[in-house]
Design a protein around this ligand. Structure first.
Ligand SMILES: [Zn+2]
Ligand SMILES: [Zn+2]
Length: 139
């Protein structure tokens, strides 16, 4: 077989090879990756997610599962029943796995962009001895 004279992209139908269309290549790769993930989910069920979370936290699966079953280090919420779980907490700045947070606390910390300075400022505000009522000028 000789070379194809007028190649047509199998994806968009435009002239040229797919590998020469960056957008088509990207779409193809994404599709293939999604299909691969869907197959893994189908084959492994919840185990797929367990392994993925462990991988994200760079933890052995057993260590990740152990942390996910612990109560939340912030509010004390117990891990929900299977297939529910709490989350291993990974520090955004160092990647260290520092403990366990429930889904609700994860969301709350996410609202503060996992920004420790903001959380510290909130804590300072919540525990401050300042009382603006005392300094309200008398009339
Ligand atoms: Zn194309
Ligand atoms: Zn919590």
């Amino acid at each position: 077989m000789g070379k194809v004279k007028n190649p047509v992209c199998g994806r968009c139908g435009q002239p040229g090879y797919r590998k020469d269309h960056p957008a088509c290549e990207r779409a193809e790769r994404t599709e293939r990756e999604n299909a691969r993930k869907a197959r893994l989910r189908r084959e492994n069920g919840p185990a797929y997610y367990v392994e993925r979370r462990a991988k994200d936290a760079k933890l052995p699966v057993e260590a990740s599962v152990m942390l996910e079953r612990r109560p939340c280090d912030v509010c004390g919420a117990e891990a929900p029943e299977e297939p529910g779980h709490n989350n291993a907490y990974v520090r955004a700045d160092t990647g260290a796995v520092t403990g366990t947070v429930c889904q609700r606390c994860t969301k709350t910390l996410g609202t503060w962009d996992y920004n420790a300075e903001r959380v510290r400022a909130a804590l300072a505000l919540m525990t401050s001895e300042t009382d603006h009522r005392a300094s309200t000028p008398k009339r």
